[in-house]
Design a protein around this ligand. Sequence first.
Ligand code: ATP
Ligand code: ZN
Length: 285
Amino acid sequence: MTKLKIALQKSGRLSDKSIELIRECGIGLTNGSRKLLSRSSNFPLEVMYLRDDDIPRYVADGVADIGIVGENVVAEEQAGVDTREELGFARCRLSLAVPKSTPYKTPADLQGKKIATSYPTILKNFFEQQGIEADIHEISGSVEIAPGIGLSDGIFDIVSTGSTLISNGLREVETVMDSQAVLIAQPGLGKEQEELLSRLLFRIRAVKKARNNKYILLNAPNDRLEEITSLIPGMKSPTVMPLADPGWSSVHSVLNENDFWDVIDGLKDKGAQGILVVPIEKMIV
Ligand code: ATP
Ligand code: ZN
């Protein structure tokens, strides 16, 4: 039987969320101990646990069919894989930072400077685009301490909140790339693998939609029902049911996380009461 082989990070910032996503897709992973290989009991999926940096290469070479990895690693490894779906977790950015006291206005200020990074390819491409010649110094970890110990004039590294930069006396001056976890695939997947992938992507999209939406229930005075339902149009249109108390209705709908608080404020202003918001497990539209 055909199997789809997926490469996931063995341990690190992507691992737990990658495994959680697969599980939320209803795919049981038999082996929690993350041996090199594990099989699923109810979907033809085989999981390989690897270092994240190796995932694009393994997928490009066809050792794995698909993988979950950060966009930053896809860009750095230049392995020739297709990005098939953005997964919305492990969001971060790759930025240039210099010591607080270093003047900086434009990337041209980095001309001739020495920049330490674990992402030399992405940085080299950025400098080429900008027509800047700088000395890229590749180091594999603790990039943020490089300027402090006199190893470089600046750094190019992953930033999520920026607190690591601040505690090392650095100032973020340029965002070069935004990143999140993505699902990548080998460009020439076979027909059967492609079919399995589309089943998996269907489930992943249902999980993503559910994560971005909430189910909302509220009580609305009938004389303001139209205004209230216009705020929560839902998937098709909201469900409206009469309450035992005359003059009131119960309204059920689906609400997008992004405009959540604005909508809730609007509903309260229009006299909605007893607002309940509950998570959705899967959403198929
Ligand atoms: P490995 O041992 O597998 O090589 P690693 O140390 O290179 O792991 P992690 O630190 O686990 O990598 O990060 C994995 C990915 O998570 C990064 O490539 C990036 O896409 C994302 N990431 C890294 N740091 C953060 C952060 N602070 N916030 C959010 N996402 C991050
Ligand atoms: Zn890594």
